[in-house]
Design a protein around this ligand. Sequence first.
Ligand code: 6PG
Length: 240
Amino acid sequence: MTWSFQNFATLDALVDALSTRITAELAARLAQNEFASIALSGGTTPRPLYQRLAQTDLPWSRVQATVVDERWVDVRDPASNENLVRQSLINANASAAQFFSLKTGDETPQQGLSELNDRVGGLKAPIDVVVLGMGADGHTASWFPGAEGLAEALDPKSGQMVAAITAPKGGVAGAHLNRATLTLAAVERAGLITLMLVGEDKKAAWEQALQDGPVEDMPVRALLRSQQAHVEAFWTERKT
Ligand code: 6PG
């Protein structure tokens, strides 16, 4: 269980540092491998980071991108994480990046799971870079407290890269309870695991997650306690 926590005076300074960290990691991996892989979270926080990454000078046609998790909505829906990544990252210099969708045409993520695991199995593994967010409730990815499928998603012996989640009603998952998500097993093996946090509430959740207590209450603890993971947290109080 190792982690680092960097505090930035402004969102711009955080985006600068995190974009530089990610770009350097991808460049190092691409110097050694034909492809590099990156998994990107959705939500409201990472858009400025992705917009900055889109401007960086990498051989993006050799970068394989996916989302860390996906709301089970049409990929053209504004709530779709794929939509967010396509709009904010896969354009400009990064328009040539290969995108691996975490959505199928199935009614539910459970029905789409086999196809999703086959698809994500085509990514350069282990994933080189993961960009996580975290809710004030201590979830990351779609590992929501009290979710159906959480045990499978957090099973360290899982041979699966993707799990299906049904989040509890009334929680931070909002209207989008049905999710596909990378598993702990997929995330903890990543070369670089970053966590982008903005706001006082996220710092308080981070500090609480580091305390003793059940993983089920704050599932990000599963990653923070993983013997395989080193988590680099980037935080700023200011949303501008
Ligand atoms: C999602 C994300 C999720 C997100 C956290 C933080 O689908 O919502 O992948 O894990 O990272 O919920 O969201 P905010 O950045 O909106 O606070």
